[in-house]
Design a protein around this ligand. Structure first.
Ligand SMILES: NC(=O)C1=CN([C@@H]2O[C@H](COP(=O)(O)OP(=O)(O)OC[C@H]3O[C@@H](n4cnc5c(N)ncnc54)[C@H](OP(=O)(O)O)[C@@H]3O)[C@@H](O)[C@H]2O)C=CC1
Ligand SMILES: O=C(O)C1=N[C@H](C(=O)O)C[C@H](O)C1
Length: 267
């Protein structure tokens, strides 16, 4: 039985991950973690999962929760995730991180901290989006430089980071396939007399509103024709099931930083 703890247990994803752990075979919920001062600390973790009481109280003690698990699943925010990664590295525990909004420097730090333990860091844990990453590489390579690339993502009005981690990864995949540097060609802003579009740029557009779970479209726009590759999430459950699958996969792996392409065998 693999013991999994969840960080961000009172959050939108935390509740769905706890429900997914309770549904999955071969895993058990060993702990639930929230930030000190959170109103749900001390309450049963099953309530946010819609399960009623399950006998695991939400804790604010990172060390105790990490000590009690084989793998920590963390869906919070980059700075919190890096602190959790450091704690897991010290105690030689595995970690699965779904948080998004990492800077390139923070991602490099994550890779450094994961030198001694197996860790999965992925902006999207759904099978569908990960297949899209693979397909996008082929489409971009095949179309080459004659199609303009624009990426549009839609999310709920509580999302804190922009563009989404998934949209950034899509941009990185396409840029790499076209021999470009994403950080140089990403264009996040057009306003006023901003000039004609350059051939190299990848437009990154963000929509926020209501309860949209997550939608991503990559447009390849040519002269007289256009290809659109879209993914629409209908609930958070495939993200949470994906994170549990990642935790089952990562325990016992060699140290290093992996992503969902490794977990799903899509490389
Ligand atoms: N990889 C994937 O497949 C997916 C990734 N995500 C990403 O996951 C992250 C979380 O999303 P979501 O669940 O919607 O966000 P929420 O804000 O609903 O949940 C995050 C939770 O983490 C808590 N938290 C903050 N600081 C700490 C801390 N120091 N220790 C423990 N818990 C803490 C928050 O508390 P408080 O609210 O009080 O700050 C909150 O309860 C985001 O970065 C999002 O983009 C989301 C869906 C899928
Ligand atoms: O914050 C969210 O909700 C989501 N975040 C992830 C991202 O930033 O890519 C994945 C998913 O789209 C939901």
């Amino acid at each position: 039985m693999i013991k999994i703890a969840v960080c961000g247990a009172a959050g939108r994803m935390g509740g769905r991950i706890i429900a997914a752990i309770k549904e999955a075979e071969g895993v058990e919920l060993s702990g639930a973690l929230e930030r000190p001062g959170h109103p749900m600390v001390g309450q049963d973790a099953g309530f946010n999962a819609g399960l009623g009481a399950i006998g695991v109280a939400i804790s604010d003690d990172l060390n105790v929760v990490v000590d009690g698990c084989d793998a920590l699943i963390d869906f919070t925010a980059p700075k919190v995730s890096l602190k959790n990664l450091e704690a897991c590295a010290l105690k030689r525990k595995s970690i699965v991180i779904g948080s998004t909004g990492f800077t390139p420097e923070e991602r490099a730090l994550a890779a450094e901290l994961a030198k001694d333990i197996p860790a999965v860091l992925a902006p999207n844990m759904s099978v569908g989006v990960n297949v899209c990453f693979k397909v996008l590489k082929d489409v971009a390579r095949t179309l080459g430089d004659n199609f303009d690339v624009e990426i549009v993502e839609l999310h709920h009005n509580k999302k804190k980071d922009s563009p989404s981690g998934t949209a950034v990864r899509m941009g990185e995949v396409v840029a790499e396939a076209l021999g470009r540097d994403y950080n140089e060609v990403a264009n996040y802003h057009r306003e006023g007399i901003c000039g004609e579009r350059t051939r190299e740029e990848i437009g990154m557009q963000t929509v926020r509103g209501g309860d949209i779970v997550g939608e991503h479209t990559v447009y390849f726009i040519g002269m007289g024709e256009r290809i659109e590759i879209s993914h629409r999430a209908m609930s958070r459950d495939m993200f949470s099931r994906g994170s549990v699958r990642a935790a089952q996969w990562v325990v016992g792996k060699a140290p290093g930083l992996y992503d969902m392409q490794d977990v799903l065998g899509l490389r």
